[in-house]
Design a protein around this ligand. Sequence first.
Ligand SMILES: Cc1cc2nc3c(=O)[nH]c(=O)nc-3n(C[C@H](O)[C@H](O)[C@H](O)COP(=O)(O)OP(=O)(O)OC[C@H]3O[C@@H](n4cnc5c(N)ncnc54)[C@H](O)[C@@H]3O)c2cc1C
Length: 500
Amino acid sequence: MSRGDGNAIRDLVIVGGGTAGWMMAAAAGRVLAGGLRSITLIESDAIGTIGVGEATIPPILGFNELLGIDERAFLEATQGTFKLGIEFENWGRPGTRYFHPFGRTGRDFDGIAFHQLWSWLRDAEGVGSLEEYSMSAMAARNGKFAHPQADPRSPLSNLQYAYHFDATSYAAFLRSYAIERGVARQEGRIVDGELDGETGHVLAVKLEDSTRVAGDLFIDCSGFRSMLLGEAMDVPFTDWSHWLPCDRAVAVPSAAKEQIAPYTRSRALAAGWQWRIPLQHRTGNGHVYASAYMEDAEAERLLLANLDSEPADDPRPLRFRTGVREKLWERNVVALGLSGGFLEPLESTSIHLIQTGISKLLALFPDRDFTDVERDEYNRLMTSSYAAVRDFIVAHYHVTQRDDTPFWNYVRTMDIPDSLKTRLELYRRKGRIFRYDDELFTVGSWAAVLEGQGMKPLGSDPLCAALDADGLAQAMRRMKQAHHAMAARLPLHRNAIGGG
Ligand SMILES: Cc1cc2nc3c(=O)[nH]c(=O)nc-3n(C[C@H](O)[C@H](O)[C@H](O)COP(=O)(O)OP(=O)(O)OC[C@H]3O[C@@H](n4cnc5c(N)ncnc54)[C@H](O)[C@@H]3O)c2cc1C
């Protein structure tokens, strides 16, 4: 089938076969293949992929739906598990913990956000903690899982979930999917890009064995090296490491546990934090830390000391730089994944930002004349997505009472982005939270994290004064009890995985 437009993109080239490259290839195979002459993905087995990136957030379900992927087959192929949120340990202070759940927490009432109602009544008898109003958190705390239900009367209508999966198996799964839908895979190391002397567009990339792969649109998924956007297009990198000083990680798998936790755990350590991602066949672990505050050997020692099960391999070091390219789309090059930018995996947002990039590119898919308006809109939307995620992650570090190490003293007292300053001030005064543009994290997410980190608003929302406090507290107790009762009845996570 032809698109019937003489100016349409004909040949799409994807440079790199990590998670970003194969996600793009799968989406292109699904929605673009019929209208293009060719879709080629180039990857180099000799270079390999980053091999981490195993925790996701709920919008991944939308990506799988677009591809028409069956959940059971997906979990089996990727050794995947369900994820209901993230447990944060020792973040606000050593010895504290809170849960950042997916899905809705409580119900807004009379136009007042639920966290405001809860905060107003937090000391009333039996009202309990904020997380008791989240079905996802209550299921997670009990090691349980069930799919959401549409019926708004069921507490399960508030539950949302995502996946943990094996990164290598995920890329392999998408690779088969994409190849079945007409994507051509080209093995080889790219050594050079060929640019048009007049327009500066990439005309082709050249491989080590002299193969030349030409295209109209190039998707740079080459990882941290950023071969096309960073090197060939020379788009500068905006460094955010003064706000997010962690720049290294050391990762190690460990043995799977009999009971698989349906959530990611993030445990704060002296100069960073450690993740635990439970899969069916193993547990993924990694320690993200700031090299200015901790030696590599000490980071590795802490990682191993904090494992819940026997290590299953040697620890693997990784280095990164936090920030984003000034533009994610320049001329005929769009960068997805690590080649465009990186934010540490504290809220599992990188794969989501790849997905966001793909969906916005499809929504603004260009012709060969590459008009500025599409490119500019893409850059505006993507830059704001990165900045919104950045602010959310910075808040985890900055809103803390920790003063026990130089690292925590730095992040607690550092200057923060103006956008975050305003947000925190609004919350500090009267618990107000606003969601800007189409930013990823909801009012409920911000409330869970700010409350969990130990930030208590000075006052309540004045609108609460008009409410019947006793009646509301009674309704809240009933809701809380319904969550507890439902969590007790749900199947164990491991059984739920078996049942898809
Ligand atoms: C410590 C850490 C933990 C993370 N955890 C999470 C997480 O829990 N959740 C999440 O969403 N994200 C996470 N991420 C991010 C996630 O890993 C990446 O966003 C994701 O894997 C995408 O990577 P990529 O495809 O952009 O790059 P890569 O995986 O690096 O792939 C690059 C590809 O380009 C190819 N390539 C490079 N140079 C050449 C060349 N010259 N010729 C040919 N091919 C070439 C490589 O062979 C490879 O195929 C984490 C990242 C780090 C560093």
